[in-house]
Design a protein around this ligand. Structure first.
Ligand SMILES: Cc1ncc(COP(=O)(O)O)c(C=O)c1O
Length: 433
């Protein structure tokens, strides 16, 4: 059958961003003929024994309780399962001195769906035909933002400034406030903090400044806190979650070990929460109640926040250190390579300045030596302008073993050396951007 698709059907039936590359990766692994690859593409968190045990314990407690039938044999409220709502509100209100109530919270089936709801309720065309933009103030950012809107022209990302520490081969993105426009055409602002793919953490001041630009216009700012404290606490640098009149703080339970249960949480202004809740009800009623019930236990008892800082954060921070030490040792000092400062999340982000081939071609060369990482271009959703930097970056997952990370960085250094050497003029490590 070949049914006629609507405009939305046409758009939503294509894989966007990194998911299209994942298809190539799966194909490569399937047809490898038994050849071993070091796969550094994974976005799936590592199953850490202590974290798995926590979810096992919470499940056993749930099974042994009278609550079980209520949880799995019944539909529930679209706002969320009440014990989870109570646990989250108590935790955040106590931790951050807030006064959030039931009207300020919505549980969603994963946080990706939360961005879909926001993108299509607050971005796109208004009833009088005006285009409201989804503003990503610092590109690159989460590739999933590329697939959430039904109106692709609504997505608008801004190129960052680059802070380069040439001697150390490190760099960091900063929002370019001289370019960033938040005005009456803005539907809402969205960014991840800590950021997937770069590991960047926008500073408290930067977040405050963005929020202050949006506030007088009644523009909501969605802070994607999938890696933020208090769970999974995948920040390696100090950061304070930021709350305010126009902030929608968005949490995910995925990197705290529960990606399969699909749990996202929105915290913020009651009017926005109501809009998102109605949209969610129309779409799919509510998130899985089993996931919500075990999350309620893990949060209410403090076990999740404790494991996050004691187990999850140190695990990935140590991986980042292994990776940066391996790169420092293997990469020739004269090549213009720059690793983004590792401030959080579960990825490293490498920039090969003036790379003589595209990120896609370099990815293919790496596959030839048995290493898979993700080319950077799909992490610039909404940034339509031509910018060579978009084809010079790579996301490296920190979910591999130490030995795999070390070997992969050695092979990457060899491939980079060959690729730069084959180019007409060898670029220098000292750069001007
Ligand atoms: C920054 C960021 N936001 C959102 C998501 C989506 O997470 P969820 O599993 O909660 O839908 C991810 C998943 O990797 C992510 O990295």
């Amino acid at each position: 059958m070949n049914p006629a698709l609507t405009q939305f059907g046409e758009q939503m039936s294509h894989l966007t961003g990194v998911r299209a590359i994942m298809k190539d990766i799966i194909e490569t692994l399937k047809t490898s003929g038994g050849r071993d690859f070091i796969n550094l593409s994974a976005g799936n968190p590592v199953i850490l024994p202590e974290v798995e045990q926590l979810w096992r314990d919470c499940t056993e407690e749930l099974l042994a309780s009278a609550e079980y039938g209520e949880v799995v044999c019944r539909y529930g409220s679209s706002t969320g399962y009440q014990p989870l709502i109570d646990a989250v509100l108590a935790d955040y209100n106590r931790r951050y001195g807030l006064a959030l109530s039931d009207r300020n919270i919505l549980i969603t089936p994963g946080s990706q769906s939360l961005y879909f709801l926001a993108a299509n309720a607050l971005g796109g065309y208004t009833t009088d035909g005006a285009l409201k933009r989804i503003v990503l103030p610092l590109s690159p950012d989460y590739t999933g933002y590329g697939g959430v809107t039904l109106i692709p022209e609504a997505l608008k990302a801004y190129r960052p400034t680059l802070e380069i520490e040439a001697a150390d081969h490190r760099f960091k993105y900063r929002p370019d406030f001289s370019q960033l426009q938040i005005d009456s055409t803005t539907g809402f602002v969205l960014f991840s903090r800590p950021c997937n793919p770069t590991g960047n953490v926008l500073t408290d001041d930067e977040v405050r400044k963005i929020a202050a630009l949006a506030d007088p216009l009644d523009v909501p700012v969605f802070v994607d806190s999938a890696y933020a404290p208090p769970f999974p606490s995948l920040n390696f640098t100090e950061m304070t979650p930021f709350f305010g009149r126009n902030i929608i703080h968005c949490v995910s339970l995925s990197k705290a070990g529960l990606p399969g249960e699909r749990l996202g949480i929105a915290l913020g202004d009651e009017r926005i929460i109501q809009v998102l809740e109605a949209f969610l009800t129309n779409m799919c009623l509510h998130s899985s109640r089993y996931g919500q019930a075990i999350a309620a236990r893990a949060i209410q008892s403090g076990r999740l926040a404790d494991l996050s800082t004691r187990i999850i954060r140190p695990y990935y921070q140590a991986k980042f250190n292994v990776l940066q030490t391996a790169l420092d040792a293997a990469m020739p000092g004269e090549l213009p390579w720059f690793l983004h400062r590792g401030e959080g999340a579960i990825f490293a982000w490498l920039w090969l300045k003036d790379l003589p081939v595209t990120d896609w071609e370099f990815y293919q060369h790496l596959k030839d030596v048995g290493v898979i990482l993700v080319p950077g271009e799909p992490f610039f959703p909404g940034l339509d302008e031509d910018w060579s930097h978009k084809h010079e970056c790579f996301r490296i997952s920190l979910t591999a073993s130490d030995a795999e990370l070390e070997t992969a960085m050695q092979r990457l250094a060899q491939v980079a050396t060959q690729v730069y050497a084959a180019a007409p003029a060898m670029p220098q490590a000292t750069v001007q951007v």
